[in-house]
Design a protein around this ligand. Structure first.
Ligand SMILES: NC(=O)c1ccc[n+]([C@@H]2O[C@H](COP(=O)([O-])OP(=O)(O)OC[C@H]3O[C@@H](n4cnc5c(N)ncnc54)[C@H](O)[C@@H]3O)[C@@H](O)[C@H]2O)c1
Length: 271
């Protein structure tokens, strides 16, 4: 039988939930999914009407206000959204939950409360959102795909040389959060495999744009230092992440689960 390879990449009429859908990466993922014909629900903290209209110019993307850090009510809140919009077969988590103290997470500044709170709002919300949807998919016999945003720093430590003479510093908790997401991805891939639900993560290198939760612009020296180490000689672009997520969401990656894909311009290959 001749295989239709184009169809394998199709996301036509698939219901997709994108957490952190108004963020740097989330918005690009939504754009890409829209082009592939998906029905999209963006979930994020606040509805920014102007930005939303400018970016999406379509009625096929719905916005739902949702706070990932409200862990006590996570099932209640998600059940309400599902009741209204239906259950997705694709769930992408691009959110970046953090507390006010996130910018003080270097080894020298961090305190226990900061560490504990950020672990809770980021790692725990990723865990509970993924588990919630995987269980729903099992219940509704949906062969779904879940993709979580990790980072190269879930695999290896931050290179302090790239921060030298910049206002930036390393972040102690980030490595624990992203390392946790990587291992949980494997554990979920294993558990939900027999239900034909696939769970994968994506680890981008530094994305050009901003330093989430720290500053609107990236330090020029940081970019120079960082790029010097990347074999492909540039920073990651949001669309590099979006295309990888398209692959992981579609049937083209039907035999991939529990994986963590690096989108890092080859950085990992020389570490
Ligand atoms: N930008 C990078 O360089 C980079 C590199 C590697 C990995 N990542 C990962 O990719 C993901 C997205 O990063 P980004 O750069 O797009 O971040 P971003 O800050 O641009 O976007 C994150 C989005 O999450 C939303 N958000 C924050 N707290 C929330 C909450 N409690 N509930 C719901 N939504 C919430 C924000 O409103 C924002 O729209 C993160 O997990 C991040 O760790 C980013």
């Amino acid at each position: 039988m001749k295989i239709n390879y184009q169809k394998k990449f199709s996301l036509k009429n698939k219901k997709v939930f994108i957490f952190g859908g108004m963020g740097l990466i989330g918005k690009e993922v939504a754009q890409a999914m829209k082009q592939f014909g998906s029905n999209i629900v963006l979930l994020d903290l606040k509805f920014k009407k102007k930005e939303f209209k400018k970016k999406f110019k379509t009625k096929s993307i719905i916005f739902e206000e949702f706070d990932c850090s409200d862990l006590e009510n996570i099932s209640l809140n998600l059940n309400k959204i599902i009741k209204k919009n239906g259950c997705p077969s694709i769930v992408i988590n691009c959110s970046y939950p953090k507390t006010e103290s996130w910018k003080d997470s270097s080894f020298s500044k961090i305190n226990y409360q900061n560490y504990k709170d950020n672990l809770e709002v980021h790692l725990s919300s990723y865990v509970w959102i993924s588990k919630f949807f995987a269980d729903k998919m099992v219940n509704k016999k949906i062969k779904g795909s879940i993709v979580m945003l990790s980072s190269i720093f879930g695999k290896f430590g931050q290179d302090l040389n790239t921060y030298k003479n910049t206002k930036l510093s390393e972040n102690m908790t980030y490595s624990i959060i992203k390392g946790g997401i990587n291992t949980f991805t494997k554990q979920m891939g294993s558990f939900y495999g027999s239900y034909k639900i696939r769970v994968n993560s994506v680890s981008p290198g530094g994305v050009k744009g901003h330093v989430a939760g720290i500053s609107k612009k990236q330090d020029k020296l940081f970019i120079k230092n960082y790029i010097n180490k990347v074999p492909l000689g540039r920073m990651c672009k949001p669309e590099d992440v979006a295309t990888t997520i398209i692959f992981l969401s579609s049937d083209a990656s039907n035999y991939i689960t529990g994986a963590n894909i690096f989108v890092d311009g080859g950085l990992k290959s020389i570490r």
